[in-house]
Design a protein around this ligand. Structure first.
Ligand SMILES: [Zn+2]
Length: 190
């Protein structure tokens, strides 16, 4: 018997009792029997009476022992099974909650990313506006400077003209009598 077969036999023991028609029962076994001549096998509860009948007819004896409960149930009691199922359900609920939290975190992350992008776009627009306004301000400052220069030139010109007018209106030299005010064509110098 290979170890794999042994494991399978341990996992699912089947009834090996021959029926009246000669076939083997093959139902899940719960008992292990051993005849006094050494033959042994597994039996389901329904076939135990058959074993007793055989023993009676053969005038032999057999030893019966429950199979170790290493099968699917593996000794888990009903209460333990209920607890395990409850724990499994709780774990599944917790998992679902965690997944939902993860999902909502993902969603809010997407929202925040959108907000950040919108703010960045607005910032870019503001910076562009500020740059534009600074440029306009620079142009205005340049114009103002130009006007200041123009005003200074005008002022200088005005001063020069005033000076000219003063000379022009200055009384003529005493050596040259003249009528009152009029066109004085005498050059005043300059
Ligand atoms: Zn059987």
């Amino acid at each position: 018997m290979s170890s794999a077969a042994a494991a399978a036999a341990t996992a699912i023991a089947l009834c090996e009792v021959k029926q009246s028609d000669g076939s083997v029962c093959n139902k899940p076994a719960t008992q292990h029997y051993r005849w006094d001549w050494g033959a042994e096998g597994n039996s389901c509860p329904a076939c135990v009476p058959l074993l007793h009948q055989s023993a009676a007819s053969l005038s032999r004896t057999f030893h019966l022992a429950p199979l170790p409960t290493t099968s699917v149930d593996s000794g888990v009691s009903r209460g333990e099974r209920t607890q395990l199922i409850a724990a499994k359900l709780a774990a599944e609920a917790e998992l679902e909650e965690v997944q939902q939290r993860g999902h909502s975190l993902y969603n809010s992350n997407v929202d925040l990313t959108k907000q950040v992008q919108a703010l960045k776009m607005r910032e870019t627009e503001h910076l562009a506006t500020i740059a534009q306004q600074e440029e306009q301000l620079g142009q205005l400052a340049a114009k103002l400077e130009q006007r200041d220069r123009d005003a200074a030139e005008t002022s200088t010109e005005l001063q020069r003209l005033r000076t000219l007018v003063q000379f022009a209106e200055a009384p003529p030299p005493k050596t040259a009598p003249s009528s009152a005010k009029g066109k004085g064509q005498q050059p005043a110098g300059g």
